[in-house]
Design a protein around this ligand. Structure first.
Ligand SMILES: [Zn+2]
Length: 136
């Protein structure tokens, strides 16, 4: 049981996931603070002092904190947009990696990596007639 748990924790993606969750909650706290403490006061200032954060609508004795809800929606939109930018950036990085030209091949005799154009292996001196070489 304990050994199984140790193996579970030792797997890389569990740690990656934990780091992601911790980074995510820290980032969410920053965005929430930015919306509540910086963005909303600016909007209030621009709209003649209407404090959106304190908007409370009373419906039949129940008070709906509409301002808080609006703040949460704006925070979510900012977080979603930043996540979109991060994923977009990672995707373009992956594409560039895939585009990288193939400059090396593996010698079929000694398995060392050699230039694609080579007709003779520099390591084991085997002649590579037509092996992986269309130009020859
Ligand atoms: Zn070789």
């Amino acid at each position: 049981m304990f050994k199984e748990f140790k193996e579970f924790i030792a797997r890389g993606n569990v740690l990656d996931m934990a780091i992601g969750i911790i980074m995510g909650s820290a980032f969410t706290a920053i965005v929430t603070s930015m919306v509540d403490d910086i963005l909303m006061p600016i909007i209030s200032g621009l709209t003649a002092g209407i404090d959106y954060q304190d908007i409370v609508v009373s419906v039949g004795g129940a008070s709906l904190k509409v301002g808080n809800f609006i703040n949460a929606v704006i925070s979510f939109l900012i977080i979603a947009f930043v996540m979109f930018l991060i994923v977009k950036g990672l995707n373009s990085l992956h594409k560039e990696e895939a585009k990288e030209e193939v400059t090396e091949k593996e010698c079929p005799y000694c398995k060392s990596s050699i230039p694609v154009e080579a007709s003779r292996c520099p390591h084991c001196t085997s002649k590579l007639d037509n092996y992986n070489n269309v130009n020859e």
